[in-house]
Design a binder for this molecule. Structure first.
Ligand SMILES: Nc1ncnc2c1ncn2[C@@H]1O[C@H](COP(=O)(O)OP(=O)(O)OP(=O)(O)O)[C@@H](O)[C@H]1O
Length: 722
């Protein structure tokens, strides 16, 4: 007999099977009307299995569930072996350790008894409150009473022992003595456990480290909690097939965000590579600022085979829905929002930047109501499939290509301005918020399709140093003009349905000025060489918050940190998520673009270069004049500030702010200040320079034999902004 076993597999609620929207089979067949796409019901995938197979899998699941309830170190064979060996070792050394523990227990008990007899707690409290004289009588009375009680207790015990010995022999006394020695040994046992890294031969399994005591030691070693602090296990360690997951509460004085910032130190204390350690805050109703979810993978989660993108088989896509982008280390899917935001992708060469940029562009190609504009600054074949659908397509970054890009971007900027004019005229029902809506962008009558501008190797355009006006060689440069147009579109375009997707292998501030970068609300950083490059992509302050794309490995192609910096999308602006992006090869993109072209032909939305109409419309002179002012004002206006840049101070200044006295002025030895915040002088000096505090010549200071490095406290105050 067979038993059907259906396992749901989400193949994407947004994907519409091709037959639904396929072009008519023959010319006589009427074409389906163009209109809003309907989500297709979720598809289920399953297999038929036999009764025996079903019973086997049930028994397996029951065993798994029973095992997950055991203490962490008994859950896997390897860790159980280690735990067994440890127990055996402890049994062998017991004859030596036991008397030592009893001795320690005796000392501990004697100290405790003495403190009790002397009423130490009350005595100290009275002394601390300067009320010893008032309380002395009371304390002395309690001391006398406790002395008498001690003598009486000792005498009674001795007498009881003597009577027992005389009447029942020495066996009960030996039993009682044994019991007392056990109690003393427990009191005197050593409480410090073994953390992740101890000087012993052999390695410890993860399960062993997931034991609560070891975790506490690891957190202490990593200086994430104090010596006397502990952790609370909210969810006990559980092996989920690929790694260990647990949830903990930090002591009340500690913040989860600090642990995330020091993930590397924790990984070191746990003796695992940091790529295998995921530390996340638990947010929302179930979480708080001190609750952390930890996951430690059994193996490098990013080294697994890449996951093919579902876009390869999607027949169409609705770009209002976030695009399937990849998975987290634990396999949760990550989607990339395209509407209301713009994306910056940065990495060193050959890390998957182009592959990543093509994911949202392919989704855009599959939506017939999206207008695509593509400029490939590398000029190879990577983006050629999009020629079939792109309204404007530029290949290469020669001067002529850059000038065409300027014309295209001017056309877009004029369109953005025109869209706002028209949106403001629309009735409230159709346009409730002065922003485009899915209905507006999908209705060709409104002429406001979602428009995605994708530019690969954008640095090749932005760094073009040729004059915009050939008659004015000292005037504005072509690269600068492209930059100001992109800044204008990135800043004002999202509400009008425009999104930018910019990719660069040179993410430095000279190439992508803060003014432009600050407008790109979504950032994806693949492997870069330095933490500074990582900050240039993700934004200032991200390194300190534990986000550092230079820590990614070059072997991890397509893996990067995804951060939503503008708060416009559901992506978190506080924590970047490490994503293993889906793999989508050019052949699949070509097929997707063929489908996208068919869908556009059917919907009547194939326009521009793809439809053979290469000429750009001349800008109306009034629009051009208005635009010139607006674009320049945006580019030269106050520097936009990243969401996460607000109030962000360099760490050194933050720490100094806490230790500088209000009355302190003038120069002080650098070493003294460094010592106050616990930094070494060299790092401290470098950090001060980086924070804009000028270096002063060495000078003689009171109490020092030779001239010493000094720093001006007032200069530090100025850098602190007050
Ligand atoms: N998601 C992925 N999973 C696995 N491998 C990937 C992924 N994305 C890209 N790769 C691999 O990484 C290699 C480099 O990709 P890509 O050409 O996109 O890099 P790039 O950063 O654009 O390089 P360049 O700067 O030279 O243009 C590709 O050969 C591809 O096989």
């Amino acid at each position: 007999m067979t038993r059907p076993s259906l396992e749901a597999q989400d193949v994407g609620g947004e994907i519409i099977p091709f037959p639904n929207s396929a072009p008519p089979a023959s010319a006589d067949e009427p074409a389906p009307a163009a209109g809003p796409m309907q989500p297709f019901p979720e598809a289920l995938d399953g297999e038929l299995i036999t009764e025996a197979e079903y019973e086997r899998s049930r028994a397996y699941r029951l065993a798994e569930s029973a095992r997950s309830k055991l203490p962490a170190q008994w859950q896997t064979a390897e860790s159980a072996r280690q735990a067994g060996a440890e127990l055996a070792g402890r049994a062998v050394t017991l004859p030596v350790r036991y008397p030592l523990a009893v001795g320690r227990g005796l000392a501990v008990s004697a100290r405790a008894w003495w403190a009790w007899v002397r009423v130490a707690d009350f005595y100290e409290a009275s002394r601390a409150a300067d009320r010893l004289a008032d309380k002395w009588q009371e304390i002395a009375a309690v001391r006398r009473r406790r002395n008498v009680m001690s003598l009486a207790g000792g005498g009674t015990a001795g007498l009881a022992g003597l009577i027992t010995d005389l009447t029942a022999g020495s066996v009960p006394l030996l039993i009682a003595g044994g019991a007392v020695s056990v109690v003393l040994a427990v009191a005197g046992r050593r409480k410090d456990g073994a953390g992740g890294r101890t000087t012993r031969l052999g390695s410890r399994s993860l399960a062993w480290l997931m034991n609560g005591d070891h975790l506490v030691v690891a957190f202490r070693d990593a200086k994430l909690i104090g010596k006397d602090e502990s952790l609370m296990l909210v969810k006990a360690p559980r092996h989920d097939g690929t790694g260990w997951a647990l949830t903990i509460d930090l002591p009340p004085s500690r913040k989860a965000s600090d642990v995330i910032g020091k993930r590397e130190a924790l990984a070191s204390a746990l003796a695992v590579d940091e790529v295998r350690l995921i530390v996340e805050r638990v947010r929302g109703d179930d979480g708080h600022a001190g609750r952390l979810a930890l996951w430690v993978g059994d193996a490098d989660p990013y080294a697994a085979d890449p996951i093919p993108s579902p876009l390869a088989t999607a027949s169409s896509w609705d770009l209002w829905r976030p695009v399937p982008f990849g998975t987290t280390a634990r396999g949760a899917s990550v989607n990339l929002p395209v509407v209301w935001t713009s994306l910056l992708i940065g990495a060193i060469p050959r890390q998957g930047k182009t592959f990543v940029a093509r994911l949202p562009l392919t989704a855009a190609a599959l939506d017939p109501h999206v207008r695509l504009i593509i400029a490939d600054g590398k000029g190879g074949k990577d983006f050629r499939p999009f020629e079939q659908v792109a309204h404007r397509f530029i290949r290469g970054s020669r001067e002529s290509d850059a000038r065409r890009l300027i014309a295209v971007l001017e056309e877009c900027a004029a369109d953005v301005a025109d869209r706002f004019d028209r949106l403001s005229e629309m009735d409230d029902e159709l346009c409730p918020e002065s922003k485009v809506t899915p209905e507006i962008t999908r209705d060709p009558a409104h002429r406001m399709p979602l428009t995605v501008i994708g530019i690969d190797e954008v640095q090749n355009f932005l760094s073009l140093d040729v004059p915009l006006d050939l008659d004015n060689p000292k005037g504005k440069k072509v690269g600068a003009r492209i930059c100001e147009l992109l800044t204008y579109i990135a800043k004002t375009g999202p509400a009008a349905g425009y999104s930018l997707i910019l990719a660069t292998q040179k993410p430095d501030a000279q190439v992508i000025p803060d003014g432009l970068r600050g407008q790109l609300g979504t950032r994806f950083a693949l492997k870069v060489m330095t933490y500074q490059a990582s900050e240039t992509i993700l934004g200032a302050g991200t390194y300190k918050a534990g986000m550092d794309a230079s820590k990614l490995m070059t072997s991890h192609k397509g893996v990067g940190l995804l951060l939503g910096a503008d708060g416009e999308t559901e992506l978190s602006a506080g924590d970047a998520v490490t994503v293993r992006t889906h793999l989508l090869h050019i052949a699949a993109i070509r097929v997707a673009c063929e489908r996208g072209r068919a869908l556009r032909e059917q919907a009547g939305t194939l326009t521009g270069d793809a439809a053979g109409a290469h000429d750009l419309a001349d800008l109306d002179p009034t629009v051009a004049a208005r635009l010139a002012d607006e674009v320049t004002a945006t580019a030269t206006g106050p520097e936009p500030v990243d969401a996460e840049l607000l109030h962000e101070l360099p760490e050194v200044l933050e720490l100094l702010a806490d230790v500088l006295g209000d009355e302190e002025h003038g120069v002080v030895p650098t070493g003294e200040l460094a010592e106050r915040i616990g930094w070494d002088v060299k790092t401290f000096g470098e950090a001060l320079r980086a924070a804009g505090v000028p270096k002063l010549p060495k000078r003689r200071m009171p109490g020092y034999d030779n001239a010493v490095a000094v720093v001006d406290v007032d200069a530090i105050r100025a850098a602190l902004g007050g």
